[in-house]
Design a protein around this ligand. Structure first.
Ligand code: NAD
Ligand code: MG
Length: 396
């Protein structure tokens, strides 16, 4: 039998990282953690290194590296600690590595994820912000290097499973009419609009169906997550924004659907547990056990659908406008959203001010072409600085 595949997990201490390590640990004959990265919860990273014995661990700074290296040595571990973005890019592109789980949150994941793509790896993409920011450049790099890009976002993994193997010929060529992107609607789906002024970070992070990191939880509550996913779907499946329809489905059992010209609509269903898309992408085109319980349709009993309310959730409209504008607009949308979400989590702004900041930033700047990664980061920085000025004037 062949050796286990070596996997780098970028963002190993996060929600997706931990679910990935759970699936890996179920199949030691198939997979082996090769490198793990963490950013803040370094005690957790130490425990993960002792459990999974990776060759490398990556932390943000020199001090953290010295501490972790000393703790690892003291525990008899031979894991070597690397530092910063350079360390992340090194373990993403390492010739020994077969697959990279890109599960850092936000723009911080872009360079390491691209490093994995450029090295032609099998790239399991959870870090949607990286693709939203740099869409065209990212997809060109996939084409150039021959990297195999597999979606981890449950919706995109569902769409991937519902498309034929040759979908890259073009959606029209394979008979696709529309992509139906499902959304749970988040914790405030039925909250009266006036009450959204008073919701807290704790309420925003208490998602009804999924357990996730704080940033994506707030994005789900504002529906910016679905906006980012709309842009993500356009790049992954070469779709126009108008071909992607958002459908609110509160049970989160159908993870998305593909509507074909003959009237067939294919869906992927399952319990809301990220280990399903992670196992699907890790083993693709095979299937492995993920640890997820079988779906009990009698317990689910009913599946509901609604149109999204863009009045209540302006982030969805802003994302669709950015998707239509293309060029620098998605990178600016993403950066302004990252600043706004952080400010909301720090109680500097109220929940409805998240879209206010983003709209302000997008209205300040003309959309420009972003032909290079430097241009993408310049747009990102401009948006962060405009959002910062807004916060100085209006935030507490
Ligand atoms: P999380 O907050 O739980 O984990 C984020 C990880 O990134 C952690 O390991 C953290 O240490 C690391 N990190 C944070 N800032 C960093 C920085 N500046 N530099 C390097 N590393 C940094 O988040 P999550 O919920 O696991 O989400 C990770 C990504 O996956 C996000 O892009 C999210 O949108 C996407 N995603 C998550 C889910 C989910 O169910 N959690 C579902 C679909 C997509
Ligand atoms: Mg998703």
């Amino acid at each position: 039998m062949s050796r286990p595949q070596r996997i780098t997990v970028l963002g190993a201490t996060g929600s997706i990282g931990l679910s990935t390590l759970d699936v890996i640990a179920r199949h030691p004959e198939r997979y082996q953690a090769y490198a793990l990265s963490g950013y803040s919860r370094l005690g957790e990273l130490l425990a993960l290194c002792l459990r999974h014995a990776p060759v490398f661990a990556v932390v943000p700074g020199d001090e953290a590296a010295q501490q972790l290296q000393a703790d690892l040595r003291a525990a008899g571990s031979s894991t070597e600690v690397l530092v910063g973005e350079q360390g992340l890019c090194q373990v993403a592109a390492d010739p020994q590595v077969d697959a990279v789980m890109a599960a850092i949150v936000g723009a911080a994941g872009l360079r390491p994820t691209l490093a994995a793509v450029e090295a032609g790896k099998k790239v399991l993409l959870a870090n949607k912000e990286a693709l939203v920011m740099s869409g065209a450049l990212f997809m060109q790099a996939v084409q150039r290097s021959g990297a195999v890009l597999l979606p981890i976002d449950s919706e995109h993994n569902a769409i991937f499973q519902c498309l034929p193997g040759d979908y890259a010929r073009g959606l029209a060529q394979v008979g696709v009419r529309r992509i139906l992107l499902t959304a749970s609607g988040g914790p405030f789906r039925e909250t009266p609009q006036a009450e959204l002024e008073h919701v807290t970070p704790e309420q925003a992070c208490a998602h009804p169906n999924w357990s996730m990191g704080r940033k994506i939880s707030v994005d789900s509550a504002s529906m910016m997550n679905k906006g980012l996913e709309l842009i993500e779907a356009c790049w992954l499946f070469d779709a126009r924004p108008a071909q992607v329809e958002v459908v609110v489905h509160p049970q989160s059992v159908i993870h998305s659907l593909v509507d074909y010209v003959d009237g067939s609509v294919l869906a992927q269903l399952g319990n809301p547990d990220m280990r399903t898309p992670i196992a699907n992408a890790l083993a693709w085109p095979q299937r492995i056990d993920s640890g997820v319980a079988p779906l009990d349709l009698f317990a689910v009993a009913r599946l509901d659908f609604q149109a999204p309310d863009e009045q209540r959730f302006p982030c969805l409209r802003l994302a669709r406008e950015a998707a239509d504008a293309g060029n620098s607009a998605p990178a600016m949308l993403n950066a302004a959203n990252e600043v706004a979400v952080e400010a909301f989590l720090q109680r500097r702004i109220r929940f409805p001010q998240i879209p206010s900041i983003i709209e302000h930033v997008l209205n300040q700047e003309a959309v420009v072409a972003v032909p290079t990664l430097e241009a993408v980061f310049a747009a990102d920085q401009r948006a962060r600085s405009l959002a910062g000025h807004w916060l100085d004037r209006h935030g507490v």
